[in-house]
Design a protein around this ligand. Sequence first.
Ligand SMILES: C[S@@+](CC[C@H](N)C(=O)[O-])C[C@H]1O[C@@H](n2cnc3c(N)ncnc32)[C@H](O)[C@@H]1O
Length: 283
Amino acid sequence: MTDRLSQLREDATHEMAHPSASVVGAISALGLQPGMHVLDIGCGTGAHLQLFENWVAPDGRVVGLDLEADEIAVAADLNAGPVARGTVMVREGDLRQLPFDDGSFDVAWMSAVLHHHDKPTHALTEMARVVKPGGMVAVLDGDSDGSFPCLPWPPEFEHTLRAASLGAQREQFGGTLPYFFNGYIGRQLPGLLSDAGLIGTRMRALTHVESSPLPPHAEAALCRWFLESFDQRVRDYLAPRDRDRLKSSFTPTSPDYLPAKTGFFVARTSFLATANVPQPSGR
Ligand SMILES: C[S@@+](CC[C@H](N)C(=O)[O-])C[C@H]1O[C@@H](n2cnc3c(N)ncnc32)[C@H](O)[C@@H]1O
């Protein structure tokens, strides 16, 4: 197995065993009922599919769709039992052109995906197309650079990092990122859902808090996020001394390693935006 596949499998196994409170809370807030058909768009390694299955089984069905073959392979493997029972299905596909008929689902869900799309209204319109009239579109996403993990670090350093990420975002990272990234998608969700023709939008904020000592897997994932994803976005917008400070804050061998400090915690806020597909007029 390649390094990437093993890392995907390890992360997914951990997420299935310890799903974040935000994801569990958001799925619980959807009002799912036995028998419903649910689509998880950009399901990644399928770590959340059984959370939906718990609500809709035994007669309902959950379909996980992702663009990446590796993610779908891991999802199929980790959900082998429900796939065999017929309550979960996984398949490759592109959210920009969903391989489903109009009105196939009661609920379409998308978590941590929309911030990668430069045409979010198009993505939401396509999502709404495959939901029945009266059914629900649900999007969970972080306003990630607007409310990135809250950590007990000096406020002035946090402001330095926020300023760098805003500058980088404005210039779409100087064109250096291999993907599109919108760090402020959360606050835009109600407007985007309305632009996609959806009605009755509701917003909820869900916060997941982890206190030290973090489980080793969570600590490693947090460090990877700051040293890889976040650093990649802001590195050209930080003074060298601030970049060094970011690095040392998440390098376990450094005396400045933040997760080892007394009273360390992480708080991440996600937004859940839900809205309904209108009934045809006159009904
Ligand atoms: C950050 S992961 C989120 C995974 C999962 N939904 C979660 O909440 O943990 C984003 C996922 O979106 C998928 N994705 C991105 N663009 C896509 C597209 N156009 N169609 C389908 N999936 C896409 C990626 O392959 C990746 O697995």
